[in-house]
Structures are given as structure tokens and as C-alpha cells.
Design a protein around this ligand. Structure first.
Ligand code: TYD
Length: 135
């Protein structure tokens, strides 16, 4: 899907456990300026439901599982994230929704810029109006 894809990271696995390194511009297609993580999401609650005008992000489910629906004016896909060695890259002008968080889910997000509310699009009609010019 345009501006959205799964990334497979290296998993260094040995008798001591697993280690997954992620380097900016090498393993993810941008420089990482911010990370945040989402946890303890109440059962049945949905998150997301927005797009970003500029931000590039990679979502990595470190524990548990979560579903992510991504949309643009031409395409729609659903991903199940349940593997800490897999990232979901979501680029600008991609609408995303996260739901069905399992108990204990920890979702790590790598982001290309600092938090800036003004580059969010939180209204789907406005998203479609702006995104239609780009797709
Ligand atoms: P939001 O991005 O809407 O979270 P989600 O998509 O998971 O539902 O952010 C939720 C709140 O947290 C909102 O008030 C903005 C704030 N926030 C920050 O202050 N800094 C951040 O880096 C992020 C991602 C959110």
C-alpha cells in the first residue's frame, strides 16, 4: 500500500534471548526524533483515527497484539501486529486506526519529528479532502 508497509527487523536470537536493533535511516526510512509507547489500553478501546500531514512513523508491538487499519482515498488494509521484530511503517496522509488491543499490549512508536498537534488531521472528511489531492 502506498506510504504504508511492513518492515522486518533483524532478530539476534541466542540462549540469552532476543535482541532487535533498529537504526534510523537503515532499518526505518527516516531519522528518529521521538519515541513513545502505548500500554494499558482498556479492553475494547480504539485509538488513532487520524492522519499526519508530515510525520513518518513505525509501529512495533513489543508485547501482546493489536490490529491496525490503514486507509488512503484509494486503498485500505488491515494489519495484525503481534511480533516485536516487525514494524508497520505509516507515512504522511495515511489514515490509521488501532483496535483490539490484547491485554498487556505494549505498542512502541518511532516518529520522525517532535509532537506537533497542528500537523495532525483528526477529522476524516478533512482528511479525504486534503488526501484526494495527493492520491
Ligand atoms: P494521540 O496521537 O491522539 O494518540 P492515539 O492516536 O494513540 O489515540 O495522542 C493522545 C494524546 O497524547 C493527545 O492529547 C496528544 C498527546 N501526545 C503528546 O503530548 N505527545 C506525543 O508524542 C503524542 C504521540 C501524543
Amino acid at each position: 500500500m502506498y506510504n504504508c508497509s511492513l518492515l522486518k527487523f533483524i532478530n539476534l536470537k541466542n540462549k540469552y534471548g532476543n535482541l532487535t536493533p533498529i537504526e534510523e535511516t537503515v532499518d526505518v526510512p527516516f531519522n528518529i526524533k521521538r519515541i513513545y509507547y502505548i500500554s494499558k489500553v482498556p479492553q475494547g478501546l480504539n485509538r488513532g483515527s487520524h492522519a499526519h500531514r508530515k510525520l513518518h512513523q513505525v509501529l512495533i508491538c513489543l508485547n501482546g497484539s493489536v490490529k491496525v487499519k490503514v486507509k488512503n482515498p484509494k486503498e485500505e488494509s488491515e494489519f495484525i501486529l503481534d511480533d516485536a521484530t516487525v514494524g508497520l511503517y505509516i507515512g504522511p496522509y495515511t489514515w490509521s486506526e488501532m483496535y483490539e488491543f490484547s491485554e498487556g499490549t505494549v505498542l512502541l512508536v518511532l516518529a520522525s519529528d517532535f509532537y506537533n498537534e497542528s500537523e495532525y488531521i483528526r477529522n476524516f472528511d478533512i482528511y479525504m479532502e486534503e488526501a484526494n489531492k495527493r492520491y
